[in-house]
Design a protein around this ligand. Sequence first.
Ligand SMILES: [Zn+2]
Length: 418
Amino acid sequence: MLLRYRFRLYPTGPQRAALARNFGCARVVFNDAVAARRRAHAEGMPYPATAVLSKSLITEAKQAPERAWLGEVSTVVLQQALADCDRAWKNFFDSVGGKRAGVRMGPPRFKKRTAVQAIRFTRNARFRVLESGRLRLPKIGDVKVAWSRELPSEPTSVTVAKTATGKYYASFVVSLDGDETLGPVEAECGIDLGLNDFAVLSNGRVIENPRFFRKLERKLKKAQRVLARKTKGSANRAKARAKVARVHEKAKHQRDDWVNQQVAKIVAESQGIYIEDLSVKGLARGRGAKSIHDAALGMFSARLESKAARAGRSFVKVDRFFPSTRLCSTCGVLAGPKGLDGLRVREWRCECGAVHDRDRNAAVNILREGRRVAAGQADTVNASGGQVRPGMPGTARNTRVAGQNEEPTRTRLVSTSR
Ligand SMILES: [Zn+2]
C-alpha cells in the first residue's frame, strides 16, 4: 500500500531560486511534449513514444542554445514531467474510449506559470533525508523540513510543490507492507454524525465541533466580501484573492489535522467501527449550508474508512434508510420523534420507560445495526417489533460494508421523517 506524507519546506533564498528554475524547466518540457503530440496528431503521424520525446525534448534539447538551461536541473525532474504529460494523454484516451469512469476529460493543456507548481524526484534522482533532518534535493540543496511525524520507511519518491500562496511542501510516497501496527482491542463503536455536535459515539463520548470552524468561516466570508468589492484586474483584487486563498488553505490544514486526530483516537480504541451514512445529515441540513463542518464530516467518514481498513478494523456504513434516530435502543420499537421534531428534540421518552438522548440513542442503534451487518445476519434488529413501515428498515441489502462492491446510487430521496 502506498501512503503519502506531506511536510512544509522552508527553502532558503538561493534554494527558492533553484526550485523556480526546476518548476520552469519541468513546465517547459511538459509543454514541449504537449506541443509535439499535438503536432504529430495534426500531421497524421503516430503518437510519439515517451522514449522518443525524452531523447528529442531532453537529451538533444540540452545541446541547443535556446534550451541549454535544461542542464541546470536534475534529468529525473524532466523525465517525470514527461511521464506526467504521458499520463495526462493516457487519461484522456481512456476517458474518450470509455475505459475511465467519471467526468469526460479533455486532452492535456499547456501549463501556465500561475498554476500550482510541482516537480517530482524518484529514487533514481538520489534525493535523500539526511541525518540532520534536511531533505537533499539534487541541484537544489539541503532544504529544511518541518517534520510533524516520522516516515515509517524509506520514501520511494518525493514531490516538491509551491502553492498559490507561496508555500513549499514535500509530499513523500512511502510503500508499506501490510497493516499499520495497532493491537486488537475489545471495544466497538457506533457513530452518529451530528447536526449540533460533530459526532456522538455509542460509548457516550461527544465530539464537539471545534471553535475554530466558526472562526475560520467568519474569516473566509469576510475575505470573500472584500474580494467581491474589488475592481476586476486591479492589484487590490489580486491581493484580496491571495487573502481568500490563504484563509482557505489555513482552514483546510486545521480541519485536516483535527479530523486526523479524531480518527486516530477512534481507530486506536475500537475493533469495530460503525457509522451512519453521511447523506442522511446532508439531506437533513438542506441545500446551501455547505460549511467547514460539512466538509469535515465528509473527510472524517472517508479517513475513518481507510484508516480502519489499514488497521484491520471492521468498518460498516449503516444505510441511510435505517431509522437510527427513531428506534428505541432499549426495547427496539420505532417510537422516537419524527420529522422536524426529530431534529429539534434532544431527549425523548419511549413508551417502555427509557429516556434517551437522541444522538447517543442513535449511536447505540448504529452500533447494533453495524454489528449485525458485519456478522452477516439476515434479520433486522427490530424484526420482533413489527413497527417498521414496509421498506423502511436497513436490511443487509441496503447497507454498505467496507470492501464490498457498492450498489448503484439509489435515486429515491430520503424523507426527513427518521
Ligand atoms: Zn423503548
